[in-house]
Write a protein that binds this ligand. Structure first.
Ligand SMILES: [Zn+2]
Length: 734
């Protein structure tokens, strides 16, 4: 049966077995009627309800046909739409535009707009942009919002008219103010980026959110972005952002799905990688390369290494430069795959070609070191230069180094320094520390401690822990700045607070010895332990010295642990001493020799000397005077004054070298001049016996008394005292 609403202007009608009690549209009374009594408006309403509520397209089409037969314009227009889109009937674009035209000729604006749209896109007719714009303009001027929006688009893209952002903005605004959702999103864009109107980001945010609330997917994504990153003057609100992204993602927006996944992955909302995975997967499977790359990170976090690598490869093959760079890096270090320099280079190259800036620098390093490619300093510099031009601060630092050292480019100190400074300004704070080190050591620049301090201070001020430690050391030693223990401690402390092992060691040492601060052994020891826990061998040695008296066994343990860290020379030297003397450990000359060897390789001068002594006496090693002489010479060249005495003896007695009295005397004199007690003793003996020099008891006595005042080991003291007795006897016999 049919029925309709009796309220004037309601137009509700329906077809059902039983009639509802009241009109669902206005609540008024309903009355049964005959089919032929229903008006065109009634049929149209029934058609729209069948379309939108019942989702019964075929029934809708039947009703709309009846409406059209009765000449209802809205019915004709909607019937056209069914034929255009193939809803409830096979699509027939020619019939559709014919229907639009029928309603259009009677001045129905939605039909005018649809007719124009057919002209724009060639639906059921030839494309005619002029006519399309004309149709839009007619409806737009008459106030029809959707036509205003479409006309705005024509102005924006220059379809059928000259492109004109200002006019586009005007039409978007009019349509938006009338509630057209598409236009709202566009108008928001105009306001955000200042297209054809003064930029007003906060207004833009409002319009985005209005359009988003009305279901516009693009606006939902933009609103989500505003809440996620605090753009357009919106306060960051992760929960709000996530809910907008979810709405858009549910409607198939890949970027929204990607953003939602990233919010989970980066902990902006609770859920972690497990929650992130399905959203990133959704976007990745539909071809969003960013999502593929991030999905690989997400899978790694979930411990699904194999899947992660597969995804990374997919992203790399799809041309994502960061993914290509990462894959190259995995091949570089052999991470979960056999290292393969050829493949490393392949992926670095592809990434660099695709605009992966980081790879330019990586590739440069490959050429610099000859890794996977023929070493080529020119090519390296060229790649660093490209990276620097692209704004990569790592490229700037490396190119800067090339200029400082003249590698692959003409040496140009000023340019090198300026590139490093640029990298520092770009936010790569470690560049300041690097430049400071160059000045401190005089590498590529002339050594300049004051400049070193300038750069350490800049980097330290920006929180670089390395630079803080080094600046502290400059203050402690008075390098390039007046010595100031208080300042030194302050900078050490700041580095230590950042968990920097060097800083913790230095700060701990200051606390233990009261350098620039109140002595606080407990706090100092704690600091040193923290540095030691990070593998700082200097801190371990310091701890060894600190517990030496209370707990010798632990002291030895600390030295052993320090020695295990890359053969720490200081610790190896101490252990060599302990084994040589049998102090705290069982005497073992073989072990002593081993430790001295390690310490000597690491540059310990004392160890070089002691090793010489072991070779000379054949203690712990087969006796070998030539090797002994060689060790002594190494120690001497590294600045040991004790070695003067040993070399003097070798030369005097022809041990491990040719006998040469003059040379021997020169060594003794040099050592004595540098305060070495045994050289003084040797000179005293020469003067006493008249060997190498004319005998002189007066000179002998003079050198002997000097030797007694110098620091000597116990055995050596005994020798000096013995000589003194002989000299005293000689004086009495006179
Ligand atoms: Zn009604």
């Amino acid at each position: 049966m049919y029925y309709r609403c009796v309220t004037r202007g309601c137009g509700f009608a329906g077809e059902a077995d039983t009639m509802p009690g009241r009109c669902p549209a206005c609540g008024g009374p309903l009355r049964a009627c005959r089919e032929e009594d229903l008006t065109g408006e009634n049929w149209t309403n029934m058609g729209l309800r069948a379309l939108n509520q019942d989702k019964d397209a075929e029934k809708a089409y039947r009703y709309l046909q009846r409406a059209a037969m009765q000449g209802d314009l809205r019915g004709i227009n909607t019937l056209g739409w069914c034929l255009e889109t193939g809803t409830g009937v096979a699509a027939d674009p020619r019939q559709a535009i014919w229907l639009y035209n029928e309603a259009r000729e009677q001045g129905y604006l939605p039909a005018c707009t649809n007719f124009a749209r057919c002209k724009q896109y060639g639906i059921g007719t030839r494309v005619d942009l002029k006519e399309a714009v004309q149709g839009y303009r007619y409806s737009a001027m008459a106030g029809f919002a959707h036509a205003q929006y479409l006309l705005g688009l024509c102005y924006l893209y220059g379809n059928g008219v000259a492109a004109d952002q200002k006019r586009a903005a005007v039409w978007f605004r009019r349509a938006a103010e009338q509630g057209d959702v598409g236009a709202m999103a566009r108008w928001a864009g105009c306001l955000e980026f200042g297209w054809g109107v003064a930029a007003a980001p906060e207004q833009a945010a409002l319009w985005y959110e209005r359009a988003a609330a009305k279901g516009n997917v693009f606006a939902q994504r933009c609103t989500g972005l505003n809440y996620r990153f605090g753009e357009c003057g919106v306060k960051i609100n992760a929960k709000e952002a996530a809910s907008w992204f979810r709405l858009a993602a549910d409607q198939g927006d890949l970027f929204a799905a990607y953003n939602l996944g990233m919010m989970y992955l980066q902990g902006e909302i609770p859920g972690g990688a497990a929650q992130a995975q399905p959203w990133l997967e959704y976007a990745a499977q539909r071809g969003l390369r960013h999502a593929m790359y991030r999905l690989h990170e997400c899978l790694l976090q979930l411990g699904k290494v194999e899947e992660a690598l597969k995804m990374l490869r997919t992203a790399a093959e799809a041309g994502h430069p960061a993914a290509q760079a990462r894959l190259g890096y995995y091949y570089d270090v052999g991470w979960h795959m056999p290292a393969n320099l050829e493949k490393m280079i392949y992926w670095y190259r592809r990434s660099a070609q695709g605009g992966g800036v980081l790879c330019l620098n990586n590739l440069g390093l490959c050429y610099q070191r000859g890794r996977g490619v023929e070493q080529d300093a020119h090519k390296a510099a060229e790649l660093f230069s490209k990276a620097a031009d692209a704004g990569d601060p790592h490229g700037m630092v490396n190119l800067g180094d090339c200029y400082l050292t003249g590698s692959g480019v003409g040496q140009d100190t000023a340019r090198g320094v300026s590139l490093m400074a640029q990298a520092f300004e770009k936010g790569l704070v470690s560049a300041g520390d690097t430049l400071g080190k160059r000045y401190e050591r005089g590498v590529g620049v002339s050594k300049d401690l004051e400049q070193a301090v300038v750069w350490y201070r800049r980097a330290a001020g920006k929180g670089n822990a390395d630079a803080q430690y080094r600046l502290g050391r400059c203050y402690e030693r008075g390098d390039g700045v007046p010595a100031d223990a208080g300042q030194a401690v302050d900078w050490y402390r700041r580095a230590a607070e950042q968990d920097d092992a060097h800083g913790q060691y230095a700060y701990g040492r200051c606390l233990v010895h009261g350098i620039g601060c109140q002595t606080d052994p407990a706090a100092g020891q704690d600091m040193l332990s923290r540095a030691a826990a990070q593998g700082d061998s200097a801190a371990m040695c310091e701890l060894g010295a600190l517990v030496w008296t209370q707990d010798p066994a632990r002291a030895v343990d600390w030295y052993r642990r320090a020695a295990a860290q890359d053969d720490c020379p200081a610790a190896c030297r101490v252990l060599g001493d302990l084994y040589r003397k049998g102090e705290l450990v069982t005497r073992n000359l073989r072990k002593a020799a081993e430790y001295y060897q390690k310490a000597a390789r690491g540059g310990s001068i004392d160890a070089m000397y002691q090793l010489g002594a072991l070779y000379e006496k054949g203690h712990g090693v087969p006796a070998n005077t030539q090797k002994a002489y060689r060790c002594y010479l190494d120690a001497y060249q590294a600045g040991s004054s004790a070695a003067c005495w040993a070399l003097g003896r070798c030369a005097q007695e022809g041990r491990g070298t040719r006998r040469n009295g003059r040379q021997a005397l020169a060594y003794y004199r040099e050592g004595a001049g540098r305060g070495d007690g045994m050289c003084m003793y040797a000179l005293a003996q020469c003067y006493f016996t008249g060997r190498l020099v004319p005998q002189s008891l007066r000179q002998a006595r003079l050198w002997c008394s000097r030797a007694q005042a110098a620091p000597l080991e116990i055995g050596q003291q005994r020798a000096v005292t013995h000589l003194q007795h002989l000299l005293d006897d000689a004086a009495m016999q006179k």
